[in-house]
Unconditional design. Structure first.
Length: 136
């Protein structure tokens, strides 16, 4: 490691995700000083804010809902807006994608989320637990 390098940790949580860091000098001398990154995210369809917690939610917008796709997550939105819209429009969100990664009875690479979504005649895009977790 070069001097002054940052050590980064990711907590992909089932409810919220966090990115934290410390520098090499603090880490190896046992000093406190872990800091969190503020993660830019959609907090409304047209508003981006940096926050220390990223809600671990994805939301598939309805036809006509538009947001900037700055991070290439289309057709899903992630974070605060995804949690909020998922409550307002049930059945179009993915929560706890991480929990599916350890569930041996399903194919984690199969497009099974959102779980229970009607497949016939639906505009709702399905995604695998691995891809959902990667988007978060």
């Amino acid at each position: 490691m070069k001097s002054g390098a940052r050590i980064v940790g990711i907590d992909l949580g089932t409810t919220n995700s966090v990115l934290a860091w410390t520098d090499e000098a603090r880490a190896f001398r046992g000093a406190a000083g872990v800091e969190t990154f503020a993660v830019p995210q959609l907090v409304a369809p047209t508003e981006i804010e940096a926050r220390t917690l990223l809600p671990s939610f994805l939301y598939a917008p309805l036809a006509g809902e538009a947001a900037e796709d700055r991070w290439g997550d289309a057709p899903y939105w992630a974070g605060v807006v995804a949690r909020k819209r998922g409550i307002e429009v049930p059945g179009r969100s993915i929560a706890s994608a991480k929990s599916w990664l350890g569930y041996a009875a399903v194919d984690r690479t199969a497009k099974i989320l959102p779980w229970g979504a009607d497949e016939e005649g639906s505009d709702l895009p399905k995604i695998s637990p691995i891809d959902a977790s990667a988007k978060i």
